[in-house]
Design a protein around this ligand. Sequence first.
Ligand SMILES: C[S@@+](CC[C@H](N)C(=O)[O-])C[C@H]1O[C@@H](n2cnc3c(N)ncnc32)[C@H](O)[C@@H]1O
Length: 391
Amino acid sequence: MSSPPPAKTPDKKSPSPEAKTPEKKSPSPEAKSSPGKKSPSPTGSPSSGAGAETTIEGILPASHWQPIQQDDDADSSLGDDDNASSTASLTSSILAYRTVHGRTFHSDRITDAQYWTPNDDQATEANDIIHHMLTLVQDGKLYRAPLDKSITRALDVGTGSGIWAIDFADEHPQCQVLGTDLSPIQPTWVPPNLKFEMDDATLVPWTFPQNHFDYIHIRYLFGSIPDWNSFIAQAFSCVKPGGWVESYEASCVFRSDDGTLLEGSPMDQWGRVFVEAGKKFGRPFDVVGDGLVPVAFREAGFEEVNEWEFKCPIGGWARDRKMKEIGEFALAGILQDIEGWILFVWSQVMGWSKEEVGVYVAHLRRQLRDPNVHAYCLMKCVYGRKPVSAE
Ligand SMILES: C[S@@+](CC[C@H](N)C(=O)[O-])C[C@H]1O[C@@H](n2cnc3c(N)ncnc32)[C@H](O)[C@@H]1O
């Protein structure tokens, strides 16, 4: 399957996978206080967004979102705090997961790193769908760095379900692959050249020897890393001279080029809340919009730093067949666990109740499925090489 050509100017209907001129995210606080305006149309409108009551940075308060009547979507799948976790009887402290509204999160007995999505099957299945989507984007390729087939050591930081590491290990049987994560949620039947370890990547210095790996892969750690410069500096230290480090991140902000994503709509609010929550939480979410990764690569001392951007359609609205399929998988991944993605951030960081989150999610689901909204999110890959002369 061939890729559509790079987009020089945004195509309103069919986003290009290789947008050369990234659009910098800069949320404008557009909404002024307008008490009494509480029930916008589910997909928002200029009047609902621009005139409704807001708090900070254009964020509408939880009370803005009113229950959707007669709609299955209003049935939130959020669990009950009183539900016993399936792991409750296990004595191993590494499985003593935290529970928020019935969903499990990594154990805080291992490290105090806060991670914001659950670690249960629903969450990992969503990640696996997103992995498949990105594989489609890259025509089956797992990485962009020009790796030598003879590499012998690779690291996947924040490996999640291990799906990328498993595919990479299968493709490179001569290479010892290590996947690390806060949660021991990886499968046990894996290629013989792959192993998993629990490790908190925000703890510095990393415990791996210096100049150790030929390749380090980092994917979707937005909202997890307090200091990207320090984090990428650790990767620089542990990769061999001449070796490559590669990062893929997705923006938490939905955008449209044709004005179909309205200010004040649920999808618009999604990005604004994530950006604000990242400030409160001390771990930025819009890593792509803020351009943090390329800066961190250059600061660390990498050379041949390459940047590749992709506008990932959300939903099957693109005319191009391949983009349509990619958008459908992106939407399926989001819908697979939308509650899981927002639960911790909206409730623990922003202070919304479980019911308020459920009502907002119903609005969000409805807009996500609306084919008239031509939304996309920016994804960015950055890869660079440690100079051969580096110590
Ligand atoms: C969105 S998932 C992505 C998983 C995988 N990289 C992928 O692309 O399929 C992010 C993963 O990073 C892990 N993670 C978050 N913070 C971490 C940290 N400080 N150290 C290690 N892993 C972390 C989470 O537990 C989660 O499994």
